[in-house]
Design a protein around this ligand. Sequence first.
Ligand SMILES: NC(=O)c1ccc[n+]([C@@H]2O[C@H](COP(=O)([O-])OP(=O)(O)OC[C@H]3O[C@@H](n4cnc5c(N)ncnc54)[C@H](O)[C@@H]3O)[C@@H](O)[C@H]2O)c1
Length: 256
Amino acid sequence: MGRLEGKIALITGGAKGLGEADCRLFAKEGASVIIADVDPDARAVAEDINGTFMHLDVSDEDNWKQVVADIRTKFGALHILVNNAGIVEAGHILNTSLSSWRRVNAVSSDGTFLGCQNCIPLMIESGGGSIINMASIASLQGEYVVTAYCAAKGAVEALTRAVAVWAAQENQNIRCNSIHPSGIVTPMVLSMPEKMASAEMAGKEDRPSRASKLGEPNDIAYMALYLASDESKFVNGAAMRVDNSMSVTAGVVTER
Ligand SMILES: NC(=O)c1ccc[n+]([C@@H]2O[C@H](COP(=O)([O-])OP(=O)(O)OC[C@H]3O[C@@H](n4cnc5c(N)ncnc54)[C@H](O)[C@@H]3O)[C@@H](O)[C@H]2O)c1
């Protein structure tokens, strides 16, 4: 029997990268997976895993309401929400435009807020559930090159604790935790050199450390699986680092 047998899971940003890995692993472990993304490529992933594609721009409140209504009609329940969709733009404090700040925060910060707010009522009706918010080590440590992203992920981390406390206080069977990955090989990370170059920041990457080698999407998906499953029923409001020690050794364990 799979670790998510009988559970209905909504994963945002599942067309590629970490979200796609979550979708594939969750389906393998028995979940019914709904992949919500702005990228129509998510449809192919859904077909591959016998899941369901729904178009969703996570920064759009009306779109969230429609998706949750469709899940209620089609599945009648929701047990797992992974707020995974996110974008990154290069920029330090002096060259980040307000429009870039707003774009990045709209997806990670607004998107995670809207996801929690719109999905919790259906989760309560379903007997409870697990919310997993994709933060980053960028919320735990400063990063020179992605100022707006650091702030957006800080909002995700803090919102996670607020939701966890709310659920505990209301005695709802809902848990909310964040995951904080370091660099994992995905289209987002592979796009960084080009983004740095167009922001005229090539060569400004943070100092490499021996711990800064890149991970693979399943390194994160297995943490998401644990948090999604009942195995983690006593874990609520936690910030889970999955970073091969990078956030505690950066600047200490350097390349030789
Ligand atoms: N890859 C890493 O090293 C890393 C590290 C820390 C945190 N993260 C976080 O993990 C999450 C996934 O990252 P990734 O590397 O797989 O990124 P990615 O760019 O490879 O994939 C992101 C997915 O989100 C979707 N998306 C973007 N904007 C959206 C929107 N408005 N509505 C719905 N979907 C949208 C994209 O279409 C894509 O499918 C992000 O929140 C990212 O910030 C990634």
